[in-house]
Design a protein around this ligand. Structure first.
Ligand code: NAI
Length: 358
């Protein structure tokens, strides 16, 4: 059986750090195991264009492994060329880089290692919120420059205590973000999600549901995005919705870059409508050198907390999603049923309720 994996290059770091399992060099740690079972295992980072390894090998691969950190974009057109493809495994969480409707139509199963990095991301979100609210990045840059002017950074630094924090999406990550914020004594925790939490779960994270998104954003000092990218969330945060935010709100998005309109966010930060924007996900990955989010700033020259996509690929997370990928493959090879929570698209049908109301 031919197994194709599109992973990111680890180069020297991966040679020196074997726990960087999700790299081309370390192959999710499953190369010897696959070889011992007689499978052909192709691993590459080369994913763009008709001559890429991705497009060449997808033509006859039966299993595709991809990762959201360096997404191999499996379009409907590619799915139509992938005559042997039976199963796509996302090493991580978030399978929007696959045309999921086309996977349904072509009876290709899509699985994720559900839950594998949700704590990793929730911790990153809390860090991003604090970094923005406390104006950390400009303060650190000042120190590196050799300067010391407290008022220049204190003029845009606040406490998280007493602020209203809201999450778009209160699933595994959104829930854990609010759970981790409980000791910060925020004024309120809000959530916007078509899936209502049980009263007990709402109480445990002190959360109140707001059903209308404009009403929701107008009440939040901090908005964090924790919903998958699908037809209902693509471009959700655009000029119109940003105009309904509280002036000077902070926005953190570690879900998917394309949930926000890139130019509209950059303009809102420049005007001060947003005081800060942070996250690690981009509408195209790797992000081009001239992407506006790399350098955008608020009127005081700060408010940018962007990083490459790494919140869900800590070494702890890599151990979990590498093990989860292996177990999904084992189930597939043995003809065993998959863990229901891991199945995004089953044989010819959607299996999850998290990718929009259908
Ligand atoms: P989950 O499936 O546990 O929760 C997603 C929640 O979003 C569900 O409650 C769902 O009802 C809600 N939702 C869906 N559409 C919505 C909409 N239009 N408006 C409001 N809520 C909506 O997923 P989990 O594990 O919390 O992950 C969420 C997303 O985070 C993933 O799909 C992925 O895109 C992203 N992620 C990012 C990572 C990173 O490294 N930056 C790593 C892991 C996940």
């Amino acid at each position: 059986m031919k197994v194709l994996a599109i992973l990111y290059n680890g180069f020297n770091a991966a040679v020196k750090e074997p726990r960087l399992l999700g790299t081309v060099e370390n192959k999710l740690g499953i190369d010897k195991w696959l070889a011992s079972r007689g499978h052909e295992y192709i691993v590459s980072s080369d994913k763009e264009g008709p001559n890429s390894d991705f497009e060449k090998h997808i033509a006859d691969a039966e299993v595709l492994i991809t990762t959201p950190f360096h997404p191999g974009y499996l379009t409907r057109e590619l799915i139509e060329k992938a005559k042997n493809l039976k199963i796509c495994v996302t090493a991580g969480v978030g399978s929007d880089h696959i045309d999921l409707n086309a996977a349904v139509d072509h009876k290709i199963q899509v699985l994720e290692v559900t839950g594998s990095n949700v704590v990793s991301v929730a911790e990153h979100v809390v860090m991003n919120i604090l970094a923005l609210v406390r104006n950390f990045v400009p303060a650190h840059e000042m120190i590196e420059r050799g300067d010391w002017q407290v008022s220049d950074v204190a003029r845009n630094a606040f406490d998280l205590e007493g602020k209203v924090v809201g999450t778009i999406g209160a699933g595994r990550i959104g829930y854990r973000v609010l759970q981790r914020l409980v000791p910060f004594d925020c004024k309120e925790h809000l959530y916007y999600d078509y899936a209502k939490l049980s009263t007990e779960r709402e109480q445990a994270i002190k959360a109140r549901r707001v059903e209308d998104i404009e009403d929701f954003v107008s009440q939040c000092d901090v908005v964090t995005v924790n919903a998958p990218l699908h037809e209902g969330t693509r471009g959700l945060i655009n000029e119109k919705l940003l105009s309904k935010f509280k002036p000077g709100a902070w926005l953190v998005n570690t879900a998917r870059g394309a949930i926000c309109d890139a130019d509209d966010v950059a303009a809102a930060l420049k005007s001060g409508q947003l005081r800060g924007y942070a996250g690690d996900v981009w509408n195209v990955q790797p992000a081009p050198k001239d992407h506006p989010w790399r350098t955008m700033k608020n009127p005081l020259g700060g408010g940018n907390g962007m990083t490459p996509h790494y919140s869900g690929t800590t070494l702890d997370a890599q151990a979990r999603y590498a093990a989860g990928t292996k177990s999904i493959l084992e189930n597939y090879f043995e003809g065993r049923e998959q863990e229901p929570a891991d199945v995004i698209v089953g044989l010819g049908a959607w299996a999850t309720k998290a990718y929009g109301q259908r």
